[in-house]
Design a protein around this ligand. Sequence first.
Ligand code: ADP
Length: 255
Amino acid sequence: MEPVLELKNINYAYHTLEGETTALTDITFSVAPGEFVAIVGPSGCGKSTLLSVISGLLQAEKGLIKINGKYLRDSTTNIGYMLQHDHLFEWRTIYHNVLLGLEVQHMLSARSRAKAHELLDLYGLKHFSDSKPSELSGGMRQRAALVRTLVLEPDILLLDEPFSALDYQTRLSVGDDIGQIIRNAHKTALLVTHDLSEAVSLADRVIILTDRPASVKTILPVTFDLREDTPMHRRNAPEFKTYFNLIWKELNQHE
Ligand code: ADP
């Protein structure tokens, strides 16, 4: 099966008045359709930079990125981006927040509005369509942010620490919830997280990055022998600890 996303020998450096900071060096990996890949690495190693390069916000200095077989610059594939903060606007209702991306991309139509209503309903936000963001819990706000992303029908979802602003308990349930939504929608997802449990409970593969400048240290396939493969069941399975410890060891092993 052709990968949705392919990165080959990607390099990126920031150039500032103070000098040059190389953030990524020789990054190569690919992601299959419908795959959920988590990216972990030491703080400041280059994880967010990597997502920005994939999204096209930053341009790689070397290497190539292909999306659905096309070079990034020629690609018409929709990429959804979800960040730590939900960036919902308080002066707009939840419904009008969900429409924002469609408005910006001139994609508002009867069909896309119907899709927005359908997703709000599907993800339990129907009765909050006319509410303001401040009337929702942190978890529901993140759901609304996800609906705003999904309504654009992205082929790839880039998730940059989307749950880290939530308190621990909310993070667990929202992480599980949103992970399941993404899986059930058969979306290809790339999740940057510093939370190893989150990576093991959600991902099909975990990419472990080195210290800055980030390069790929190890790619670990994560498979569980479960009848119902949900994040909650994973957390209670014996393999969970093994994967957690493996990643922990990789992250703390310095050559
Ligand atoms: P991570 O997401 O893994 O914490 P980042 O990708 O945010 O790491 O940053 C990687 C490195 O690049 C860090 O050392 C950071 O200081 C540097 N960096 C990030 N953004 C900029 C910028 N706009 N200008 C200069 N350096 C930057």
